[in-house]
Design a protein around this ligand. Sequence first.
Ligand SMILES: *Cc1c(COP(=O)(O)O)cnc(C)c1O
Length: 494
Amino acid sequence: MTSTPKHDLESLNRRLLMERSVPGRVGYTLPPLDVPEQEGPPAEMLRDDLPMPEVSEGEIVRYFSQMSQANFSIDHNFYPLGSCTMKYNPKLDDEMASMPGMSEVHPRQQEAGVQGALKLMYQLQGYLAEMTGMAGASLAPMAGAEGELAGMLMTRAYHLANGDTGRKKVLIPDSAHGTNPASAAMAGFDVVPIPSDEEGNTDLAALQAAVGDDLAGFMLTQPSTLGLFDTNILEVMRVVRGAGGIVYGDGANLNALIGLVKLGDLGFDVVHSNLHKTFTQPHGGGGPGAGPVIAGERLKPFLPAPVVEMSRGPDGTERYTLGAPPQSIGKMGAFHGNFGALVRAYSYIRTLGDEGIRSVSRDAIINANYILSQLRGYYDLPYDRHCMHEVVFSARNLKRAHGVSALDVAKRLIDYGVHPPTMYFPLIVEEALMIEPTETESKETLDYFIDVMKTIAQEAAESPDLLHDAPHDTPNTRLDEAAAARRPNLRWRP
Ligand SMILES: *Cc1c(COP(=O)(O)O)cnc(C)c1O
């Protein structure tokens, strides 16, 4: 028997683009010039010391294909990144957004020429208002954080319009996403944290003590980032509204609610929703999102511009126009928001329909509770009650017994082909592992994950160093995270 000699295909494939460069090699063929030659930019604006790779087209295709395999995506495997919602994004929605009428529409086109695009936006505003129990929506904000800022600016404008100049305080639970206090502070408010009680609900005594006539509002995530439905919600509404405050809902993640519970029915005044989390839009690495802000009657007049309005001509034909609400806080960006993300969300909602939307939340909740029930006893459960679309465990039991942290568990998961869950958030849970399975995962995948998590708990007891050094099977092993943040190496240098 002959053995195959060992060739190193892996390092050949892993070469960076500059390492593939060979002087004189080109990746294009251009036809002879048959139009007048144009002058290039002035010489002083040109650099000749810029190293450019000289590679063939095939080499470039291989390079990017290899690169795409070096990263992790939802199209590879399970991605239970709590709060961030990495659900499967139907390819149909991408296809809709790529249609020339959608992808090539220009924001400066005349309204008469883009009636279809405006109608899509108008209907999406309506769907979002319907699903959240609100009166109107603006699709302008381009991320969840920008939607929050819009909602906070609306809150300020509302109080000022009432002549209420002393309302400076915004209350925010200690479990909140970090963007909440940042948005409130950017809008000029003083932020006061409100603790959670031992059940994970808003601490009512602390809330009662914090409200007064300087209260502007309460920014609440329901269900909370602990993955729990705040069962004190009606009492919270009574206290905050009784003191004249606005109740802001962080609806970044509506995966436990859509089709089941409307935040407006609970008493919320204004909400933002991340279309890239709840309504599909490939995201990650900071990629494009949309964070529409949706308001009840009190704050609707203050929505950011533009909002799409519909009127009827004499013959009854619909006409869509871009307008501004009467007391609008103004624009959040140059144009109308991230249109591609809006198209994907529209397509997602229309394809699922009423019953489909309902099943999103139901299945997300069932999947999270299945994981909760199967891993209880292996990992600590700081709030041991039914969860909503995500479940927060703590690795503190492994830390105390074996010196294995949430980070070690997360890194070891990579060896098993699973993306780490969100770690060390919410901040009030020690060694937090926040798992959001989403509704699109099969029972087989959930069972695989559960099995892996149990195996890792066992490895922690038997060979903790296996976890300390993980991941072992990736192109890069354990990184120095401090150096990566402080001295990022972003550029190839010879
Ligand atoms: C993701 C998230 C945000 C922020 O949304 P971005 O689009 O990342 O700005 C706010 N609140 C919660 C609860 C989130 O999960």
